[in-house]
Ligand binder design. Sequence first.
Ligand code: PEP
Ligand code: MN
Length: 449
Amino acid sequence: MSTTIGPDLSTFLEATPDLPAAQQPVWPDPAALESAVAELSTYPPLVFAGECDVLRDRMASAGAGEAFVLQGGDCAETFAGATADNIKNRIKTILQMAAVLTYGASVPVVKVGRMAGQFAKPRSSNSETREDVTLPAYRGDMVNDFEFTPEARHPNPQRLVRAYHASSATLNLVRAFTTGGFADLRHVHDWNRGFVANAANQRYEKLARDIDKAMKFMAACGADFEAMRTTEFFAAHEALILDYERPLTRVDSRTGNLYDTSGHFIWIGERTRDLGGAHLDFVSRIHNPIGVKVSAKAQVDDLLRMIDLVDPERTPGRLTFITRMGAGQVREALAPIVEKVTASGAAVTWICDPMHGNTFESASGYKTRDFEDVVEEVRGFFEVHQGLGTVPGGIHVELTGNDVTECIGGSEKILDADLNKRYETVCDPRLNHQQSLELAFLVAEMLSR
Ligand code: PEP
Ligand code: MN
C-alpha cells in the first residue's frame, strides 16, 4: 500500500465534490488545519487493505447466518483513557463475550472493537450551557477537550494528529493482545481474573471450565491448536470528521482501490447519513466494509438509494445496517424496513445497536440506559428477523471493561441513586463488565433458539 498521496489519491481528493458535510468542527485556524492534514497524509496506514477485505468476508458470513458480529467499546474514546489497563479490560471483556457466544451458540464470532479511532462525536447542539455559561459543545478528543473551559473547548486541529497516535498505540496493544498468546482459548480463565466476583463472573467461570474440558478432550484426540492461539480482532469507529478520514485514505497497491486506513470498518452515524451529503459520498469511494446507522425514522426509499450509492454491486459484507430503534419501537419499525430492503435484492448485513434508541435522562440528571431496554431491543431484533426469515447478524454495544455505574439495571441492580458512584463516560453511558457478560449470555440463548 502506498504511504504517501500518490497520483490516484490526489485525483480522488480533487474529484471529491464539495458536498455539505454535517457535524464538522469549525476550525478557527485554517493554516493549522492544513498543516495537520498534510502531516496525517504522510503517516503510515493504521490498518491494511487486505485486513479490510478479510473483515468484509466475515461481515458477509454474518449476513448469511454463518457467523455473528460482536462490535463493542466506548461511546467516545479519550486520549487520557487510552491506558494499557483500560484497553486490556475492554479486550478481555470482548473476548469473554465472544467465548460465551461461541460456546453457547456454536457460532464463530467476528470481534470488532469500537476502538482505535472513536475519538469524535456528533452532537445535537453546537453549544453547551452550565450555570449561565455557554461554550462550544465537546465533539470528541479529536476536536476539543471535555473540560468545561473556553480554552479546552476550542477546536484544535493538532488533535487530529494526536488521535492518529492514540489510535496507533491502541491498535498496537490490540494486535499484541490478540496475536501474542493472550487470546489463546486455553487462557479462557485468565480473561476473568482481576474483575470483581459477581454473578456473571461465576457463570462465566463455569463456562470457562466447560471450554477447558472440551479443549483437553480435543488435545487428547490430537487436534491441532494453531487456530486457537490467536484471534482476529478488527477496529471500527464512526467516520465523522472528514479532515481525519480523508488524509488517511490510501491507494491499495495490489488493486488500485482506495481504502480508509484509519480503521477496518467505519460507519456513518444517524446524523450524517443524508443522501447528497459528504459522508455517504466519501464511503462510496472507498473499499472498506461500511456500516450505516438506521433509526426508526429512516425512510425505506432513502435506504434503497443509499444501497445503490454505497453498494451498487451488491457485494456481500460491503454494507451493514446497524439498526437502533429503541426497545419500544423495534418490532414495529424494523420489520417493514428489513422486509422491503430484502425484497429489493440488497445484500446487507443486519446488526442491532440496542443502545442509542434507549437513552434517557434519569431523575437525578444522568444520561443513562436501562439494561432491560437494551435486552428487550435485542430480543425484538431477533424476533423480527426470525419472523421474516432474515438473519440477525450481530450486535453493536457501548461497553467498558471497568466497573462503572452508567447504565441502570442488570443483576447488580444499579439504581439511579448509584449512577454518581462511577459515572466516567464523556458521552453516552456504557454497559459495565458485568452487564456486558450478562448481555452475552442472554444473546447466546437467543442465538441458539
Ligand atoms: C454512536 O454510535 O455513538 C452514535 C452517535 O450513534 P448514532 O449515530 O446511532 O446516534
Ligand atoms: Mn454513543
